[in-house]
Write a protein that binds this ligand. Structure first.
Ligand SMILES: N=CN[C@@H](CCC(=O)O)C(=O)O
Ligand SMILES: [Zn+2]
Length: 411
């Protein structure tokens, strides 16, 4: 099956060579072809160029993209879309004055979702997660990382990861799975964190790896959750079993977690709402992608990740949704893009690089996803007729997407 897209007003994020990460000042540049064409063969981008150089090509399907933007589908490197129910009551409690921390301290928050998940069957979880995933795909997401972390028992963590494995099988988009058993201390281990960390290391990690259920190991490295020592032990054990580290860090407090992530060659360090100059220094020269989650900052009314300080220090930055029931009940990457521009002073070019190629890097897939490059996967967004690509973040809240192509298939 071949698909030919003609008369594209702006073809965004075109790369002649297979760039796999964009850093610092380079994030300001977003290669564009105006009045372009693009050819897909099966699941692969095979050719693109300017209409003036177009020589008649026969294709099974031809799309006229007059007035429209074509760009890589979003690469959302941080989500928790497998969860049961919702936490609307906590949302209302926060409006009435409680903080995210207050709610967690009284046994709500992550433990509330863990309680709900205990009672949900694998089929129920799959059904809820697939509804969310269908919505995300329509909003332009073509690759997604999904974490466990609402199970907090051996069985329930495995249950979550099996749901993710089924989503991988049944959905056309690229999915990466992460074991986040160290998301919160379950009630049963309230006074025995050491035993829970041991359970993760001695039972969960080996079982998850035996069933090949995850690629990444994650820890919520935060005051009141898991400290540097716990994080180090869990990352170490994960690495021994072939899991690649990715951590939740610096959401509320900065105490050296970023440097620890870098020391363990984490693929990404995510959240970073609170950053010190030491954290920025630690990231320099590393292979670790800093990931900002602006929807979480928006929803919890906490600081935004200091994107300018990070990018102006020459570092890369990725943007992701953090889609989860407690701190970001939205998986809309278009909103993330707008919020990054409006609240984090990222230019549209930086934000698009962060939400495509750098997001792909944070999932270890940027050699195949995240840009318009010959040989890469045909995961594309085709917009409605819009004035320019800058209109995407500008028109926040508006759905500018007309069609999505995933793996060469029109959705
Ligand atoms: N901060 C830790 N974990 C999630 C929130 C989990 C929840 O509140 O359910 C996050 O990334 O924001
Ligand atoms: Zn998260």
């Amino acid at each position: 099956m071949t698909i030919l897209i003609l008369n594209i007003k702006e073809l965004i994020q075109t790369r002649e060579t297979n760039v796999t990460i964009v850093k610092g000042a380079d994030m300001k540049s977003l290669p564009i072809l105006k009045n372009a064409y693009l050819l897909i063969d099966h699941d692969t981008i095979v050719e693109f160029g300017k209409m003036e150089d177009y020589i008649n090509i026969e294709a099974d399907e031809t799309i006229d993209a007059t007035g429209k933007i074509v760009m890589p589908a979003w690469c959302d490197s941080h989500s928790h879309i497998v969860y049961a129910g919702d936490r609307t009551q906590e949302f209302v409690d926060r409006i009435n004055g409680l903080t995210y921390e207050d709610i967690a301290n009284r046994g709500g928050g992550i433990l509330n979702s863990a309680e709900k998940l205990q009672h949900a069957t694998e089929d129920e979880l799959y059904e809820q997660a697939s509804n969310r995933l269908n919505t995300l795909i329509k909003m332009g997401t073509g690759a997604l990382e999904i974490k466990s972390g609402y199970g907090l028992t051996v069985d329930a963590e495995l249950k979550m990861l099996r749901v993710i494995k089924k989503l991988k099988r049944e959905f056309p988009i690229k999915i990466k799975a992460t074991l986040l058993a160290a998301h919160a201390l379950p009630k049963a281990y309230k006074n025995n964190k050491v035993a829970y960390v041991d359970l993760i290391i001695n039972e969960m990690i080996p079982k998850v790896c035996a069933e090949d259920l995850a690629e990444y190991i994650d820890v919520f490295c935060e005051t009141g959750y898991f400290d540097l020592e716990d994080t180090q032990k869990i990352l170490e054990a994960g690495k021994t079993h072939g899991l690649i580290p990715k951590i939740h860090v610096n959401q509320f407090n900065a105490f050296g977690g970023v440097a620890l992530g870098v020391a363990y060659d984490a693929l990404s360090v995510d959240h970073l709402e609170v950053m010190t100059s030491e954290d920025i220094t630690a990231l320099k020269g590393s292979n670790t992608m800093p990931v900002a989650l602006p929807s979480c900052s928006y929803f919890l009314s906490i600081p935004y990740t200091p994107a300018r300080a990070i990018i102006d220090a020459g570092l890369p930055l990725a943007l992701a949704t953090d889609y989860n029931p407690g701190s970001s009940p939205s998986g809309n990457m278009n909103f993330v893009l707008s919020t990054a521009c409006i609240k984090m002073s990222m230019t549209p070019e930086e934000a698009i690089n962060a939400a495509t190629i750098n997001g792909a890097y944070a999932m270890g897939i940027s050699s195949q996803y995240g840009s318009i490059c010959r040989g890469k996967k045909a995961n594309l967004i085709i917009t409605k007729p819009i004035p320019s690509y800058q209109y995407l973040p500008y028109s926040f809240g508006e759905n500018c997407i007309e069609r999505v192509i995933i793996n060469g298939r029109i959705i």
